[in-house]
Design a protein around this ligand. Structure first.
Ligand SMILES: O=C(O)CCC(=O)C(=O)O
Length: 297
């Protein structure tokens, strides 16, 4: 495996405030393993309400475009999820008090649809500094079980970066990317969650999931949080993100506005521009990371 210089996971100033702050033991486990699960997030009642809103939205507008990428930009009830205090208290413990929601997307698996997620590392295609302390809060809006294709991780894989290739058709990732190294499946930890709970995983963590063999829909919402100090890679189109806690003294990203109403036209336009820009960034970022990995081998 290609090992990068020490990531900033170890160097960030931990900030512990609010009732859902992590304990020192949980924080140590996160830094050591690269993930934490299960953790309280929305709770069962709010998770059920959000799921009902998603279903109503789908029945009105059809499936979310681009897997619901950044739906929090045009749906106030998804915006409330990315700003939920229990989630932000927990995230703050790891990345500090000044927090951007860089992105979000749904991972929805219908029974028997064959959708799976290959083993991959997130930050290799995000266009942001891979050395940084970046994480995903994966929020279960329905229960996530072994049978319905819960997310799995390989503990300790967040300390290095490996090359990726693009793979099979029913892969649910935007580019179908997967690590091009052998993965020891016997070490996989399956992060089962009740509706309203979440897991956290580091941006370099090897993770993936199998197909849904149950009779129920698995609905997950992955939210990507970064500290405001994180820099986009040089030479990419200017990216945007939403400030969800604290202040932004750096201005590395254009700050996205909160939506004022469901599908508000101005918010829909902000979303269209942000996702179009991200499509360009994603293509260019893959090439930059490949070049960086090759240079280190
Ligand atoms: O929901 C899944 O099965 C995979 C999620 C994932 O790959 C991610 O959050 O980056």
């Amino acid at each position: 495996m290609t090992t990068l210089a020490r990531t900033k996971t170890d160097t960030c100033t931990d900030s512990r405030q609010g009732p859902h702050a992590l304990t020192p033991a949980q924080l140590a486990a996160y830094h050591n393993n690269g993930f934490l699960s299960p953790l309280p997030a929305l709770g069962p009642d709010l998770a059920r309400k959000v799921l009902t809103k998603i279903e109503t939205h789908e029945s009105q507008y059809g499936a979310f475009p681009s897997k619901g990428l950044k739906a929090h930009l045009y749906l106030p009830w998804m915006n409330e999820v990315v700003r939920h205090p229990a989630i932000l208290d927990t995230v703050e413990s790891i990345i500090g008090p000044d927090i951007l929601c860089w992105s979000s997307r749904f991972f929805i698996k219908a029974p028997g649809d064959g959708g799976f997620v290959s083993w991959h590392q997130d930050v290799t295609y995000w266009g942001i500094d891979v050395f940084e302390n970046i994480l995903t809060a994966w929020i279960a809006l329905s229960p996530a079980t072994r049978e319905n294709g819960v997310m799995k991780v390989i503990p300790g894989t967040h300390r290095s970066i490996v090359p990726h290739r693009e793979s099979a058709a029913s892969n649910m990732l935007l580019r179908g990317q997967e690590v091009s190294v052998d993965v020891d499946e016997s070490k996989a930890v399956y992060m089962e969650l009740k509706a309203g709970e979440m897991s956290l995983h580091h941006g370099l963590m090897f993770h993936g999931s199998e197909d849904n063999r149950s009779n129920e829909r698995r609905v997950g919402f992955a939210v990507r949080y970064i500290p405001t100090r994180v820099k986009p890679l040089d030479g990419l189109p200017r990216d945007s993100a939403m400030l969800v806690r604290g202040t932004d003294q750096y201005g590395h990203f254009d700050l996205e506005p909160d939506p004022i109403g469901d599908m508000d036209p101005a918010a829909v336009e902000v979303h269209r521009k942000a996702t179009a820009t991200y499509a360009e960034i994603n293509r260019a970022a893959v090439k930059k990371h490949e070049a960086m990995i090759a240079a280190q081998q």
